[in-house]
Design a protein around this ligand. Structure first.
Ligand code: SAM
Length: 283
């Protein structure tokens, strides 16, 4: 029997292939080509334009690190904004915090939300039905430009800077995001795998340097984002959130009563330890 493989060609000289055990959905949305398929190692996989977005097997690492790190570092986050995040995994993790009163999620592609609800319900786990969630179907850059709301935490859960996600990596977008943060607010961004996409991190850090009192990045290794650890950009108007003590994180994590599979206060602190090749990407 012949096998079907999907090859992700995100980089010029490197590709990764995933075996399609069963194609569950393959369609073109208004914005991008969306596929959901079954794979023996990762379970259900969502791709947009044949680039892996999330998988049933390893999404916990990405979603836990982009939510619990800024929310617990902040310590009293009530209002969270997610840009992108159509599969619902980011909303799922943010809403685990009982202290979070309101999550706005701005996703450009209603198709991603609809198909994820139907084919990847294990990702959102009911988050779309939570009354604290306000789902907005709009371009995240347009929303950010126009909003007069303030947020304690902004999570940019975007695609890579090609296609609709490109605007989410611009200085203009970051400038509007800085304005939409409260005085002690924190923005975190998916910044790709620095070994493969170093320019992405450099560009974001260059913008953050001028916009925030504190900027850096932190790392986590996610198997399907190939090429080494992924970088998450960090920008804050507060200088103390990043250096919160392990003891304080342990207290906040225990008080939150959240069960995690990747995030721990120790991992949180360690994630900000950067290898030399990543530090060299900072302008
Ligand atoms: N972590 C994944 C990755 O990098 O492989 C991305 C996760 S996926 C949930 C990213 C989402 O961002 C997609 O649903 C996509 O439709 C959405 N998106 C892309 N550009 C956007 C924009 N300009 N405004 C809002 N959402 C956007």
């Amino acid at each position: 029997m012949s096998e079907t493989w999907i090859t992700e060609r995100l980089h010029d000289h490197y590709a990764q292939s995933l075996r399609v055990d069963e194609m569950l959905y393959d369609s073109k949305t208004e914005h991008q080509r969306l596929k959901v398929f079954q794979n023996g190692t990762f379970g259900r996989i969502l791709t947009l334009d044949d680039v892996v977005q999330t998988t049933e097997g390893d999404n916990f690492i990405y979603h836990e690190m982009l939510t619990h790190v800024p929310i617990l570092a902040h310590g009293a986050a009530k209002r969270v904004l997610i840009i992108g995040g159509g599969d619902g995994g980011m909303a799922r993790e943010a809403l685990r915090h009982a202290s979070v009163e309101h999550v706005t999620m701005v996703e450009i592609d209603a198709g991603v939300v609809d198909f994820s609800k139907e084919y990847l319900p294990m990702l959102s786990q009911g988050a779309f039905d939570d009354p604290r969630l306000n789902l907005v179907i709009n371009d995240g850059a347009a929303f950010m430009r126009e909003t007069d709301q303030k947020f304690d935490v902004i999570v940019v859960d975007s695609t890579d800077p090609i296609g609709p996600g490109e605007v989410l990596f611009t200085n203009t977008f970051y400038g509007h995001a800085a304005r939409a943060l409260t005085d002690d607010g924190i923005i975190v961004t998916q910044n790709g795998v620095p070994f493969m996409q170093g320019d992405e991190l450099t560009g974001t850090m260059r913008a953050f340097k001028t916009l925030f009192a504190d900027h850096s990045c932190y790392l986590a290794t996610i198997p399907t984002y190939a090429g080494g650890p992924m970088a998450f950009g960090w920008g804050s108007h507060s200088k103390s959130a990043r250096t919160v003590s392990l003891a304080d994180l342990e207290k906040r994590f225990a008080a939150a009563g959240i069960e995690t599979d990747y995030y721990t206060p120790e991992v949180h602190k360690a994630a900000f330890a950067l290898p030399g090749y990543v530090k060299k990407l900072f302008p």
